[in-house]
Write a protein that binds this ligand. Sequence first.
Ligand code: FAD
Length: 462
Amino acid sequence: MSTYDVIIIGAGPGGYVCAIRCAQLGLKTAVVEGRDTLGGTCLNVGCIPSKALLHASHSLHEAQHNFPKMGLKGKSPSVDWKQMLAYKDEVVEGNTKGIEFLFKKNKVDWLKGWGSIPAAGQVKVGDEVHEAKNIIIATGSEPSDLPGVEVDEKVVVTSTGALELGKVPRKMVVIGAGVIGLELGSVYARLGAEVTVVEFLDAITPGMDAEVQKTLQRILKKQGLNFVMGAAVQGTQATKTKAKVTYKLRKDDSEHVLDTDVVLLATGRKPFTDGLGLQALGVDMAPRGQVKVGRDWQTNVKGLYAIGDAIDGPMLAHKAEDEGMAVAEQVAGKHGHVNYGIIPGVIYTTPEVASVGETEQTLKDTGRDYKVGKFNFMGNARAKANFAGEGFVKILADKNTDRILGAHIIGPSAGELIHEICVAMEFGASAEDLALTCHAHPTYSEAVREAALACGDGPIHM
Ligand SMILES: Cc1cc2nc3c(=O)[nH]c(=O)nc-3n(C[C@H](O)[C@H](O)[C@H](O)COP(=O)(O)OP(=O)(O)OC[C@H]3O[C@@H](n4cnc5c(N)ncnc54)[C@H](O)[C@@H]3O)c2cc1C
């Protein structure tokens, strides 16, 4: 039996970041991971492989559509799907091996296998029981299921199967117009599949700024994605190579069937805590399966903490990472903190979408007086030059104090631009503070400054 200051169960972005920070803070640390590789959902079957395929398919789109406009002539590239998957796998391997290196560098032990918690202060891996002063649950999440939809990961797939299809399908039906469905739907649409997204609600990407939702849907439609909105999927019927998706339109209860080669079930994810033994330990759980924690991420069992997708909040890698660092500080006797009001959310479609803080809807709901500063990328020289003039930056600021309350960007590099606003918000900046900051020309960032100017006396280039 070995004894640790901290044992973390799960080596996703929550768990591995937590482990590295614990080790940096001088704690004897181990991580239990059942997968063959480190990095969790994010590095193995989530953020990283999906972004590799988005990058590859976006490059194809650029070559097909924008190269000729810039005088770059020649045959546009064709798709070697096997090679594209090999590229994606190489990216994944490089990243997961990187975490192994960081564990060695920081002297974090990897206890290989699936862990459980037989008693407070103990973690069992295989036949071995290890003792730990602190145990951190970072076991992440798994795809949600939908009644009537049986996943075989070949014809009816979750995001995991969608990252390694045998070939690019001719037709794909995506159930759910959330981030994962739209990103992977975009990949296959760019590669030539006829993609239809079936969504229960009347708007895509629930919870996002309504203007962004509409703009993104319009742009994706232009890129060839079909949308069936307000549709409740009743079920799927699959053979070895084809499937039928039956749905009912909520407005009139009429039933419809879509024939397809592949169905991607992308209706969200649920916390994964199977096999840990939490019920026997008496750990409080939320009705939707999350581990309940207090402000210090501690459960109702002393010394047992939980972070990341396994607890409440947005299921995002960087939220898990922040919690990982904060809980490490906490168990080391410091004061870990996560500002849940400033966690950006990004959709890596083209154009990208990024948002942080309040939406107009949440401000209306709380009756807060606010003003809107908006700037279209069509007024941004760099964006126009790069065929990226679609979209806008929208900053929401308090009407009286000018303090920035939120921002919503759809446009080029939105996922990078949003951080300027996150930093500004962390420092309690006003829109004027951003507007008075010199921004290099020509950059996409100038559009952020112009939106900030639009909160005051007005933008220059619009
Ligand atoms: C297709 C896709 C794309 C995504 N893209 C993005 C994105 O672009 N940006 C973003 O922020 N988020 C994205 N996400 C979400 C992101 O992957 C998750 O929010 C993040 O991985 C959660 O981190 P985590 O550490 O909580 O858990 P996970 O990454 O799920 O890691 C948990 C780990 O725990 C292990 N584990 C579970 N139980 C045990 C046990 N009993 N013993 C040992 N090991 C165990 C699992 O094997 C797993 O490796 C995406 C997700 C998917 C599916």
